[in-house]
Every structure is written in C-alpha cells, then in structure tokens.
Design a protein. Structure first.
Length: 467
C-alpha cells in the first residue's frame, strides 16, 4: 500500500544516496542505473522515487549527456558534421533536466514560451540550426499531469477500435459479404471501415486516428502512443541521454552510439521508472473560487461552453475501465522495450495513489477522467482563421492543419496558449479555432461580452493545484 500524500511527497523528495564508491561531491546526476529485471524487483515507492530522481536530475557529461555523433532523430541517426555547441536551442540538446521545461506550476507541469521546443518530422531528419519553418515546427511545452490516465484511456480505445475491425473482418469472411463498421469508443467517433471477404479493409473513411487504429494521445499532433516512447524520444533529443533499448547494441551495434565516451547511458529499468513517475502524476482539478461572483460566472460559463459546442471535442470526461498501468506493453513499437524482450515486467495500480480516490465514477464503476478532450485529431484551421494551422512541415504524416484536441484540464494554470505558446489569453486561442471548431468559435465570437467572460471564468477554474 502506498503512503499518504504527505508521506509520499516527503519520500519522493528524499535526496538520492550515493553508493559506497561515490564521493559526496561527485558531479554525476545518475548514481544508479537499473535493468528492467532490477526494476521489476523494486516496490512501487522505490520505482517512483527513482523516476522522480531522474526527472529532476540535471544530467552532466559524466552521465553521458550530449550526443556529439548523433542527431535528435527518433530513429538512431549519425550526425553528418561536427558538433559545435554542447547545447543548441533548435535541434538540441536544449535542456539539462526534464524538469527544466516541465515545471510550471509544479513538477511535471507546463512551460512558458521560453521553453519551446523545435520538432522536425521525426524520423531521420538531420540537425538544423535555423528558425526557418521549413525545417522545424516550434511547440510549447505541455503539462504531464494525469498522463497515466490519458495513456490508459488511449490503450482501451485502441483495443475497442481494433476489436471492431477484427469483428468486421470475421463477419465478412464468414458471410462472404462486405461488412461496414462504425468506429466508436467511449462515445468518440473515428469514422468507419468496410471489411471485405478477402481480408482487406477499406480505411478511406477513418477519421481522427492513424489507419492502424492506434490512438496516440501524446504530442500536440497525436503521434506518440505511450509515455515510454515519449520519454525515450525526449531523453535523446533534449538531453543527449540515450536509452539502451533503442540506441544500444541491439539496434545500433554499439553501446556508445552518440560517441561521447559513455556506454549504456540509461538502461531499460531507468526508462520504466521515469515512465511510471510520469504516469503517477496527479491529474489537474477544478477549483471553486472563493469570490461568489466568480463562482456564479463560472457556473454560467460552463453552460455556455456546452451551448456553443465546445464540449463536442473538449469532452468533460471519458470513462476508464481499469487503473492498472503495466510496463512494458506491445503498443510501444520497435525501439522501445516491449513484452518478451525482457524478463522485467512491472505494474502500478493508479487506484492506490492518494489522488485516485477523488476521481468520480459512473454507474458502471468506471473512472470518469476529467480531461476535457477526446484523444482524437481534428482539422483546427481554415482559410478564414489559419492561426493554429500555420506550420509548414508535416509531422509523422499528419496534415499541417490537423492537431490532437488539447485537453483543457489545467488550462487555468498553463498560459500561454496555442501549439506555439504565442497566444497570451484564453479569448485569443478560442477565437483562433477554425476548421472542425468553426461553429463553436463563431458561437463564442458572436455571443455577448458577458457570455464570453463567463466561459473564460469557467476555464480559469480548471487548474493544476499546488504540490
């Protein structure tokens, strides 16, 4: 059983103990590395503690930080020219710690414009040293609060969609006739498919998700399926800390792919601990303002939020069947630890965490995750309002005007707004919506000033509470 919130907070803040071979003034941030087998032998508290230490650690060159011979690309890619700077704000490395960007207003939170990252299309792109939008997209740092709940929702939705496809295929083969299936999970529609008796599937009507029907809930384009993949990508891109499960000998033929003189910089158990730490972060919540005027205005604003159609995409909650977060899982993809590739397997029951008891449940006993999102991609700009579709570079084959619905939980604590973090007010970002959100944006813009103010008052109650 996990400790109380106070004890857990004290436990996680405890300073890492140096090993017997370390002097107290050692300049390494990582004093212990874990294999997946070692991670599987630790308690939940020990894994969360190790994960927090790594999340807060300011990696140094003695840990293997930096990647002189490697680029930021997701696929291990050798650099074509010499490295000029240890830190490089464009293609990175651009930070010494995870918490350098994910810190506002608490650890795991968001970041201001100054922490923006620059992302390429993501596979084998060379390093870039220009602000030219033809080479990268600038993105604001989003918060990670409630990320474990988000991934569990995506896992269940993926299972639902792929089960619908499998059922349609089975029926088509058995009947010898085409079978049409509407793709829906947790009340969210993803278009439809038509299964043919020969085993092929017409996916031309699939919407808002990749054609493999894997719901990818991370990154602003919705292209990352799991916290683990997000973590391995970020460690290399932002810190030059390369995880052995992707950059080690199995995939690259060497234990020091980035050529910095340090082998096996982070092992699979370290990535597991980092993943679980992020998965265990408490979700944002709603605050009840002390000011009676604000309280009344927020209640009115919530009604307008629904009337304007905002809740069609920013769904107040999605139902979650189970709270057990397991690592690893098959959806990670090659280059990230998967079942069968290691004897180490861990589970974290989010229901045992102090914050879980505060989540509402529906009549079926399912947890209602209050994310104000739908984990679906939408066209978010059009010819009339192109503010949120102004990128020139497609990412992972997702169109430039298409983005994952931003979850609004915590939005009252995470200004500025928009995928670049260049919109300073909620009013600005609402008006910037086009495309699939055109009718809702117009309803807001054409409403009275009182109605618009009420919506803002409501959104300002969706906060990240102090740690």
């Amino acid at each position: 059983m996990l400790p109380s919130p106070t004890l857990l907070f004290i436990f996680l803040l405890a300073a890492p103990a140096a090993s017997a071979s370390d002097e107290p003034w050692v300049e390494r941030a990582v004093l212990e590395r874990l294999s997946s087998e070692q991670a599987a032998e630790l308690s939940a508290e020990e894994l969360l503690d190790h994960g927090r230490q790594l999340f807060e650690a300011k990696f140094t060159s003695l840990d293997g930080a930096g990647r002189p011979d490697a680029t930021q690309a997701i696929v291990p890619t050798a650099r074509t020219g010499p490295v000029i700077h240890t830190f490089q704000r464009l293609s990175g490395p651009d930070a010494s710690a995870c918490v350098s960007c994910h810190h506002d207003p608490v650890i795991g939170g968001a970041g201001d414009f100054v922490t923006n990252a620059f992302v390429s299309e993501g596979f084998t792109s060379p390093d870039f040293d220009t602000l030219d939008p033809q080479f990268s997209n600038e993105r604001g740092t989003t918060h990670l609060l409630g990320a474990g709940l988000v991934e569990l929702l995506a896992r269940e939705m993926t299972g639902d969609l792929q089960a619908l496809r499998a059922s349609a295929l089975m029926d088509a083969r058995a009947s010898g006739e085409d079978r049409h299936a509407v793709l829906e999970s947790k009340g969210v529609g993803f278009g439809s498919i038509t299964a043919h008796p020969d085993g092929t599937v017409d996916v031309s009507a699939v919407e808002g998700v990749d054609l493999d029907l894997v719901v990818r809930p991370f990154s602003q384009k919705g292209v990352i399926p799991s916290l683990r993949q997000f973590t391995v990508n970020a460690l290399n891109a932002h810190h030059g800390m390369q995880a052995t499960e992707r950059f080690g000998a199995r995939w690259t033929g060497t234990t020091d792919f980035d050529g910095d003189g340090y082998a096996d910089e982070l092992r699979s158990g370290d990535v597991t601990a980092l993943t679980l730490f992020q998965a265990a972060l408490p979700p944002p919540s709603r605050t009840t303002p002390d000011d009676p005027g604000w309280r009344a205005m927020a209640e009115t604003g919530e009604a307008f939020f629904h009337d304007f159609g905002c809740a069609a995409c920013h769904r107040p909650s999605l139902p979650l069947e189970g709270l057990v977060f397991a690592e690893p899982v098959a959806l990670h993809g090659a280059g990230n630890l998967r079942p069968g590739e290691s004897a180490g397997h861990v589970t974290l029951d989010l229901a045992a965490l102090p914050w879980a008891s505060e989540l509402e449940r529906d009549a079926q006993g399912r947890v209602l995750v209050p994310l104000f999102g739908d984990l679906r991609r939408h066209v978010i700009s059009d010819a009339r309002t192109a503010t949120l579709g102004n990128e020139l570079l497609a990412q992972r084959f997702v169109a430039r005007d298409v983005f994952l619905t931003a979850e609004l939980w915590g939005i009252g604590s995470t200004a500025p707004y928009g995928h670049r973090g260049d919109l300073t007010t909620l009013d600005e970002v609402i008006r910037a919506h086009g495309g699939d959100a055109r009718s809702a944006s117009d309803a807001y813009a054409n409403a009275t000033e009182t109605a618009r103010s009420a919506v803002i008052a409501f959104l300002r109650t969706l906060v990240i509470p102090p740690e």
